[in-house]
Design a binder for this molecule. Structure first.
Ligand code: FE2
Ligand code: FE2
Ligand code: FE2
Length: 426
């Protein structure tokens, strides 16, 4: 394998994202993996190709990724899907920016379209992929599942509820496939099993792909949008951190390859925010103690989500350690200076610098004198790396320009995303 190629297990990556978005609330359970499992099994029942079944798995695992608030997520757990438009379009708009996921994005865009006795093959002049109807059916079965009674006692009731909408909501052939599956007890026991993800992983043909480092950067940028676009307050944050971190790593003598890794680290450093409801990210008042603890835990989630990926081990740990401080007073590990690699120190400085200087909708960014004073006080307290902060001071104007233009570009992306979103859901 060429040095600039990374072997990536797409199953593991997608499953990790599914897990983190379902951390938003215990009420949500493991909805995304359940839908992925059911959609995959329906694909088997319908004898679809391996590629199509794999797409069903990915789309099932990510289908509600555009539902940013806890309230949206809870609403979507109601069987009657009355306000489904926005999250489907939001998810698909973001996913389509990564070319290998463009067909998955189409499945997600239409995953709440009703069949309407055939009219649902199209929506607004666009053809609706059959996979969207399969995800819809899998999703509606999943929301009916309850932990309050043995799953096998629920199967008949669920099949009856779904059959009542055969034709008007669901494709008749897919309802038949579900009814055929009803007798296979293992499917229902699998869905409720603690080991469901492991079982699915053994079932799905592995889709291991070799990505170039550039493609990995693109994938990370997609994840960055998923994280940042959750709230208008964070919409450009990781893009700004990336620009600053790349510049700091260049000034520190990092090679081109290492600068790519630092870019990936920056895009993923707030990955754990996928688990934070947008209600908390959007809050302008002071956070309550509980909200602060939830917010703080995002760094831990970033670390644990990225930890299993060998090909991300360097970039992942740099990103996930951005709240560690040299004096051991950071979190979540309380590491000290001899345990913190230069990449992690760069991430910490880039994150603080960006957070201080960026404009937020409710406040202007800090000017250079105040920013420098805060950074110096953090160096004096033994929190940030002295040499890196010196580099910031020496190249302050350029560093700030680089951050500002990266964030201006990101806000253009975000505004375009919002415009298309509103056009679609009008
Ligand atoms: Fe949905
Ligand atoms: Fe769903
Ligand atoms: Fe951050």
């Amino acid at each position: 394998m060429a040095a600039d190629k990374l072997r990536v297990n797409i199953f593991d990556m997608v499953a990790s994202i599914a897990r983190v978005i379902d951390m938003m609330s215990p009420v949500v359970g493991n909805h995304h993996m359940q839908v992925a499992y059911l959609a995959y099994r329906l694909g088997e029942e319908l004898q679809l190709s391996d590629d199509n079944k794999f797409e069903l798995f990915i789309a099932g695992a990510l289908h509600d990724i555009g539902a940013f608030s806890l309230q949206d997520r809870l609403d979507l757990l109601e069987f009657e899907d009355t306000k489904p438009g926005e999250h489907s379009v939001a998810g698909s708009l973001i996913l389509q920016t990564f070319t290998p996921f463009s067909s998955v994005a189409r499945l997600i865009k239409f995953h709440h379209v009703h069949w309407k006795n055939g009219e649902g093959a199209f929506q607004n002049g666009e053809s609706v992929p059959i996979g969207s109807h399969i995800i819809h059916l899998a999703d509606r079965v999943a929301v009916k599942l309850s932990r309050k009674a043995p799953v096998l006692s629920q199967v008949r009731g669920i099949c009856r509820a779904i059959s009542e909408h055969k034709g008007d909501v669901f494709v008749p052939e897919y309802v038949d496939a579900l009814i055929n599956m009803a007798n296979r007890e293992h499917i229902w026991l699998d869905i409720m099993s603690e080991s469901m993800e492991a079982i699915l992983k053994r079932t799905v043909l592995y889709w291991t792909k070799e990505l170039t480092i550039e493609e990995m950067v693109d994938f990370s940028r997609l994840v960055c949008r998923l994280i940042d676009f959750k709230s208008k307050f964070t919409a450009t944050h990781s893009s700004g951190v990336a620009a600053v971190a790349i510049e700091l790593s260049r000034l520190s003598g990092f090679s081109k390859h290492e600068r790519r890794l630092i870019e990936i680290a920056a895009y993923l450093h707030d990955l754990g925010k996928l688990a934070i409801p947008s209600e908390i990210l959007n809050k302008q008042d002071k956070l309550t103690d509980n909200e602060r603890f939830i917010m703080r835990s995002h760094v831990y989630h970033t670390y644990r989500v990225l930890e299993p990926f060998e090909m991300l081990s360097v970039a992942g740990s740099w990103g996930a350690l951005h709240q560690e401080r040299l004096n051991g007073k950071g979190y979540p590990f309380g590491l000290t200076s001899d345990e913190l690699p230069l990449g992690a120190r760069i991430m910490a400085v880039a994150d603080v610098f960006t957070a201080l200087t960026e404009d937020r909708p409710y406040r202007k960014g800090m000017d250079s004198n105040n920013t420098k004073a805060v950074l110096q006080s953090m160096v004096d307290a033994g929190e940030l790396d002295n040499n890196l902060v010196d580099l910031v001071f020496k190249h302050y104007a350029k560093m700030n320009d680089i951050r500002d233009s990266a964030q201006k570009e990101a806000i253009r992306d975000y505004n375009a995303f919002q415009t298309i979103l509103h056009r679609h859901v009008k």
